[in-house]
Design a protein around this ligand. Structure first.
Ligand code: HEM
Length: 407
């Protein structure tokens, strides 16, 4: 098909930065092999990805993916849950605007400002509870009890999801993102997600509240053409999944990086560098979104002199591009809070699909990190760095646990 090398993506999906370095070394555009023998393409420079994202010869609509259309993707393929969706993520142009505009108000700076006192309150409660979360050895899993707990609670409150559904929701998101879920569980997970969303729609139709789910149901009731039943369900899922997974990864990656770079932590704790800058450098250096799927070539194209046929999937390797030396300079591989000049990263994407939750995520992360290190200034890792276990996922870049001592 092409003279470019094909790189097999790490089947355990646990070494994103190592993989990124291998892809970069292979060239600006690389053919990659995903689990199950599925092929795709990855671009390895930030500039090229930014151009590709806004290229009209690229679509977000998975119906244009030949391997899927030709029945070559098995039903239990572990990555399918991130791809076969019918919502803003899979739409282009005016259709995309129709599906995106109803969610923008709640996530806008004004919407997030209104939520901020509640976010602060949840943070305080979670920090209060942390000592009680310690095991007999005094170790707390900060990932579970802080990084996961905060965005999960915030997005559930925004969406009006009952508190006792959170664990179930969390498990489903974990499953969707896993690279190693057995095929029968992939299929079960898809059915369970549909079940949960149907229950949520039923609950909020019967008992509307001041939440985004109720707003979207009301929009559909007023004008069924504004949002089909499938689109409503998949939009709810996009918000519930994206609203927690990414922010929790940002928090865990930030705490891990600060605890393993004491000189950088000192800059933040002394106020020499603001917590906003900490958040931005973590997003650049070790961003939450690894290989985002779901872009397809509408026609044969040539990218950086590499021909890509029509109907192929192109991945956006966001977390890797934060270390793109062409864009971020020769020291892109160094975690440094006071970078001058701070370069623009693509951790929240680019173009029309740029993350609508960026303001919420930045706000949660900034407030959480400042409060965490303010309350527990002696926070430290309870295990060696090499014992931290990454999440096995092609999409998300984070850890399965973050064992710490509170100090
Ligand atoms: C889209 C990253 C938090 C909801 C995206 C995209 C990226 C991203 C890279 C673009 C994907 C693409 O099409 O190439 C992140 C990161 C976050 C975060 C790094 C946290 C640190 C959130 C939050 C929400 C959210 C908190 C919701 C409450 C969405 C939605 C889209 C999206 C709905 C699809 C937008 C569209 O296709 O038009 N995000 N996100 N994200 N994000 Fe986020």
């Amino acid at each position: 098909m092409s003279a470019t090398p094909t790189i097999t993506l790490d089947p355990t999906a646990t070494d994103h930065q190592g993989e990124a370095a291998r892809l970069r070394a292979a060239g600006p555009v690389v053919r990659v092999l995903l689990p199950g023998g599925v092929t795709a393409w990855a671009v390895t420079t930030q500039k090229l990805l930014a151009e590709l994202i806004t290229d009209p010869r690229i679509t977000k609509d998975w119906h244009h993916w030949h391997q899927l259309a030709e029945g070559r993707i098995p039903e239990g393929w572990p990555l399918i849950g991130m791809i076969k969706v019918t919502n803003l993520v899979s739409a282009d142009g005016p259709e995309h605007q129709r599906l995106r505009s109803p969610i923008l108000g709640a996530l806008s700076p004004r919407g997030v400002t209104a939520l901020t006192p509640r976010i602060r309150q949840i943070i305080t409660e979670l920090l209060d509870e942390l000592p009680g979360r310690a095991g007999a050895d005094g170790v707390v899993d900060l990932h579970e009890h802080f990084s996961v707990a905060l965005p999960l609670q915030v997005i559930c409150e925004i969406m009006g999801v009952p508190a006792d559904w959170r664990a179930r929701l969390r498990q489903l998101v974990d499953n969707v993102l896993s690279a190693v879920l057995p095929p029968e569980e992939v299929v079960q997970t898809q059915a369970a997600i549909t079940g949960l969303l149907a229950e949520l729609i039923e609950l909020k139709t019967a008992h509307p509240g001041e939440d985004l789910t109720s707003d979207l149901i009301a929009l559909r009731a007023e004008d069924p053409a504004a949002l089909s039943a499938r689109e409503l369900m998949d939009t709810l899922w996009a918000l519930l999944a994206a609203g927690q997974e990414t922010t929790l990864s940002l928090l865990t990656n930030a705490v891990r990086l600060l605890l393993t770079h004491p000189d950088q932590l000192a800059l933040a704790q002394s106020g020499q560098v603001g917590w906003e800058a900490v958040v931005e450098e973590v997003l650049r250096f070790d961003g939450p979104v690894a290989n985002f799927p779901g872009r397809y070539t509408l026609e044969d194209i040539t990218l950086a002199e590499v021909p890509i046929p029509a109907g192929e999937m192109v991945l956006a390797p966001y977390s890797a591009l934060g270390r793109c030396p062409v864009h971020h300079g020769p020291d892109a591989g160094r975690f440094q809070l006071d970078r001058h000049p701070a370069t623009r990263h693509l951790a929240f994407g680019h173009g029309p699909h740029v993350c609508p939750g960026a303001h919420l995520a930045r706000t949660e992360a900034r407030l959480a990190l400042e409060a965490l290190f303010g309350r527990y200034p002696g926070l430290r890792l309870a295990v060696g760095q090499e014992q931290l276990v990454p999440i096995p996922s092609h999409f998300t870049n984070s850890l399965t646990a973050l064992p710490v001592r509170l100090g």
